[in-house]
Design a protein. Sequence first.
Length: 141
Amino acid sequence: MKNMHLILAMLICTMTFAQEEPLPNEISDSFYAKYPKARYVSWYNDGDNYKIDFEISSDSFTAIYTNDGSWTETGKIISDLEIPDAVLSSIDKEFPDNEISYGEFIENNTGEKFYRISVYSDDNYYTIGLTPDGKIIHVEQ
């Protein structure tokens, strides 16, 4: 029981420290220059990138920055109702009897704009990248 309390205390301290650690200046400067109206900002570092969750108005976003402060992409979290018919049609054709679990509209540092949709189909989860006109550009299981 004492070990469980110790583990729980260490976990809480680790989680608290991770969020209290400020963003490096190069990332913070780049982020707030790009998103000056961002609110409710939180972040974590996965080792390779900083993932920054934030809101603008009532929309939720996740931006990804490299450790040196370079922006790579931002995803706007979207509901099923915001997914274009062409995208839904392509998903239904390739993954019949699917259930959408998550959707994002992505813009990356090369200017590409696409949808990243996670679906459950045939007892598997898939993450699918699609252009706005419904062309599938990436599938990951």
